[in-house]
Ligand binder design. Structure first.
Ligand SMILES: [Zn+2]
Length: 468
């Protein structure tokens, strides 16, 4: 009996130790900076994310890279030792950092030993607040951003971009629909003044969230108030409206990728509907269902593709759901037919209830292990900032559970209401076509040779010569 009681107590205490990742210590500093603190499993380490609410989408096409340029500039050094000196200081603290500028935000990502968390946060604050922007640093940052964008943006690349050559199919379609800029922004013409303006306007305390997960220092809240609490706030600016669909796109296009090969990629893209309730969870579950349906059809039943998948992406204000498949060039027509039949079946019959229930349970089960560890948990909070309120992040399991089959079917009906956009990526020539071309050239050469010989050889029966 006593053993049993002990076991019960042990089990109870173990379950109470399990991390409730939805619950965090979250509060605003007086200057409006959002702080999110969470004690993680790993006590000797902290994951830090400083999220600044400015991204590429906040600027028009020709200035789109401005926040990215600023992000790189902020690593150029806080004193005479420059970029190298800054990096050395972080190394000495045992930390690593990086930063990312996405469509929606700019985020500084740091992993560091828990014992140095305040010193690392000091360094991050200095980089954000004290970095002096000058022409030399701007020039270096320009070069880096240019290289990250795929090298120097010359006339040829600009021309190719305008022809939609070299972009993945979804980006190509986004450009066609007016959801994405056709050309890269002109980094060379960006000035120090413009970058400084971005910093002044957007790098304000009330436009930042600081996330720290792991072995939290007891003095951290007081420290943050004293340090990050001193960052100035500004009048929050209006965020730019996201681009919407303004143009029509062709229903089917073949896109040339490379010169020679027998492989091809099929992309069948649909614009996601905007749902009144549980938008993201419903489309997430629907895309899982469609991913399985595609795999079942193209790989298991017809053996046409090795790794077909369904993917969600967003461009401007629209979501795109694409069915992707790697194919052999000669299987393209067969695959298109299989997909047409799949879409037709889904339009008529809707989702299979049993399969939907199974995939929904799998998605729910997945939630319990996808954000393990300080770093993954910090990334999770970063991605879910929009779902945060009063010390709680919305519980993803509850939200998934809420999605009904009827909701998913409704989303499916709206998604497949249009024929979608088909994009086939393939090299200019397949091997069969190359062999055909070579044979043709050889035949032509042979024919020319024969004609030449006939001209030089005298006609035997008549015996006449035609010397020139
Ligand atoms: Zn970059």
């Amino acid at each position: 009996m006593r053993c049993l009681m002990f076991a019960c107590l042990l089990l109870c205490s173990l379950s109470s130790l399990a991390l409730d990742r939805s619950r965090v210590e979250g509060y605003l500093l007086a200057n409006g900076l959002q702080v999110i603190l969470k004690s993680g499993y790993e006590r000797d380490h902290v994951s830090i994310r400083l999220v600044v609410g400015v991204g590429l989408d906040d600027f028009p096409c020709e200035q789109r890279e401005l926040p990215h340029l600023l992000e790189h500039l902020l690593f150029s050094g806080i004193d005479d030792t420059g970029e190298g000196g800054l990096e050395e200081r972080l190394q000495a603290l045992g930390g690593e950092w990086n930063a990312f500028t996405s469509a929606a935000d700019t985020t500084f990502v740091i992993e560091a030993p828990a014992r140095n968390q305040r010193k690392v946060l000091d360094l991050l604050l200095a980089a954000v607040r004290d970095t002096r922007l000058d022409a030399k640093a701007l020039d270096t940052a320009r070069k880096i951003v240019e290289r990250e964008d795929g090298g120097h943006y010359g006339h040829l690349q600009r021309w190719l971009d305008r022809q939609d050559i070299g972009h993945p199919a979804s980006e190509q379609l986004a450009v066609e629909l007016g959801l994405k800029c056709a050309e890269r922004s002109d980094i060379a013409s960006m000035t120090l003044k413009q970058v400084q303006a971005v910093r002044e306007h957007w790098y304000a305390a009330n436009n930042m969230s600081l996330i720290v997960v792991g072995g939290l220092d007891r003095l951290l809240p007081a420290y943050l108030e004293r340090t990050y609490g001193e960052l100035p706030a500004t009048e929050p600016g209006e965020r730019r409206d996201l681009d919407g669909i303004t143009r029509q796109a062709e229903q089917r296009r073949d896109l040339t990728r490379g010169w020679l090969g027998d492989s091809a990629r099929l992309h069948w893209l649909f614009i996601e509907p905007v749902l009144d309730n549980d938008h993201d969870q419903t489309l997430d579950l629907l895309s899982r269902y469609l991913d399985w349906a595609l795999y079942d059809q193209l790989r298991l039943r017809h053996g046409l593709s090795y790794g077909p998948s369904v993917r969600r992406e967003s461009f401007g204000d629209s979501g795109m759901l694409s069915f992707d498949a790697d194919l052999e060039r000669h299987d393209i027509d067969a695959a298109v037919k299989v997909l047409q039949e799949l879409f037709e079946h889904l339009r008529e019959q809707g989702l299979d209830a049993e399969t939907f229930a199974r995939l929904k349970e799998a998605a729910i089960a997945r939630e319990s292990w996808t954000s393990q560890g300080n770093s993954a948990l910090a990334d999770y909070y970063w991605g879910a900032l929009n779902d945060y309120e009063d010390g709680r992040f919305a519980d993803p399991v509850g939200k998934l559970r809420q999605v009904s089959l009827a909701q998913a079917n409704d989303a499916l009906r709206q998604l497949l209401a249009t024929p979608g956009y088909l994009r086939i990526e393939k090299p200019l020539l397949g091997y069969d076509e190359l062999y055909g071309l070579v044979a043709l050239v050889l035949a032509a050469m042979l024919a020319i040779g024969l004609i030449g010989r006939r001209r030089r050889t005298p006609d035997r029966p008549s015996g006449a010569t035609r010397e020139r």
